[in-house]
Ligand binder design. Structure first.
Ligand SMILES: C[S@@+](CC[C@H](N)C(=O)[O-])C[C@H]1O[C@@H](n2cnc3c(N)ncnc32)[C@H](O)[C@@H]1O
Length: 308
């Protein structure tokens, strides 16, 4: 059986066991995509990841109760980040003006049909998520095609932009220089883009687009990781316990071949085409090869350079 290529827009996604339910270490609901051969969340767990990589670094305490937050979310998936943000903004007395882009309606439908997922949230949050799932604020299709329409409405207005696509090697369509260049135009001058990715190619693009970067600190119980993601804004991000400046070795890494961006000038290339183009550009690059500290524990990079 072959599964649809990762991130490919089809008339109607195939039904069938392409999306497999699974639970993270925190017990929360998640999915595994056989098409992308990648989980929707890290093994830590969807709920914990949503809070550690998106809600806490959003620093909602910056906003006064009653204020409206404009949020754009790319790759809504199961809606875990959305629900976590709905719960946190409600607790902080904030109103949420939410918009989402997602290729496939099935992950959110599967989550909402799962009793365990529903039990993760108060009924009011599930009710709002169901409303968003059935409304016109969740735009279904290839985010590259849908983004211009969102920009027409929201350019320069978003307090937060959440980018939670599959990893760059799996879904380079949503990490290209061109896509990121459009995406950051959603941000207000003091807005913040948040992503779990620490990939050099992504960070270098954001820097070249004029954004200031902070690394999202990994949790204390994951000392082998050097970064849990990236926060970026056009104005320097205020100091926050969840954020830290990039370290010298991370800046050096951006200048290595790992920093060669994913390119998709037409906004229609397949993942394979984008990866092949980058492979050729890396091959011809004068930049030094990537050198990164390795995990102190068994094997692998200590960050989301590639897969989650
Ligand atoms: C890592 S999962 C998202 C996880 C999600 N934030 C959650 O909490 O469940 C990546 C999502 O990106 C979606 N996706 C893949 N390619 C896409 C594209 N070109 N445009 C929009 N969404 C895409 C997938 O359908 C999948 O739901």
């Amino acid at each position: 059986m072959t599964w649809p290529a990762c991130g490919t827009e089809t008339a109607e996604p195939e039904p069938g066991p392409e999306l497999l339910p699974r639970r993270g270490r925190d017990g929360s609901f998640s999915l595994y995509s056989r098409g992308c051969d990648e989980g929707f969340h890290s093994a830590t767990g969807a709920l914990r990841e949503a809070n550690e990589k998106f809600v806490v670094p959003a620093a909602l305490e910056r906003f006064a109760p009653g204020q409206e937050l404009v949020v754009a979310e790319v790759a809504v998936g199961t809606g875990t980040n959305t629900a976590a943000l709905l719960a946190a903004t409600a607790a902080a007395g904030l109103d949420l003006d939410w918009w989402g882009l997602e290729l496939d309606h099935r992950p959110l439908a599967l989550a909402l049909a799962d009793a365990g997922f529903r039990a993760q949230w108060p009924a009011a949050v599930i009710g709002r998520l169901e409303g968003l799932a059935g409304g016109d604020r969740l735009r279904l299709g290839d985010a590259r095609r849908l983004l211009p329409e969102l920009l027409d409405m929201l350019a320069g207005r978003c307090h937060l932009v959440l980018l939670d696509a599959f990893s760059p090697p799996r879904c380079p369509q949503l990490w290209s220089r061109e896509f990121l260049g459009r995406l950051v135009r959603l941000l207000r001058p003091d807005g913040r883009l948040l992503t779990y990715s620490s990939a050099a190619a992504v960070r270098r693009c954001l820097l070249e687009l004029g954004l200031e970067l902070r690394a999202i600190r990994p949790p204390d119980d994951e000392p082998e990781r050097w970064s849990a993601g990236t926060a970026a804004g056009f104005t320097p991000l205020a100091p926050h316990p969840a954020l830290r400046p990039l370290k010298p070795f991370e800046r050096e890494h951006l200048a290595s071949r790992a920093g060669v961006p994913y390119r998709d000038p037409t906004g229609t290339a397949t993942a394979a085409e984008i990866l092949e183009r980058r492979r050729r550009e890396q091959e011809h690059s004068d930049a030094p090869p990537a050198r990164l500290p390795r995990r102190r524990g068994p094997g692998g990079l200590g960050c989301s350079e590639g897969h989650r």
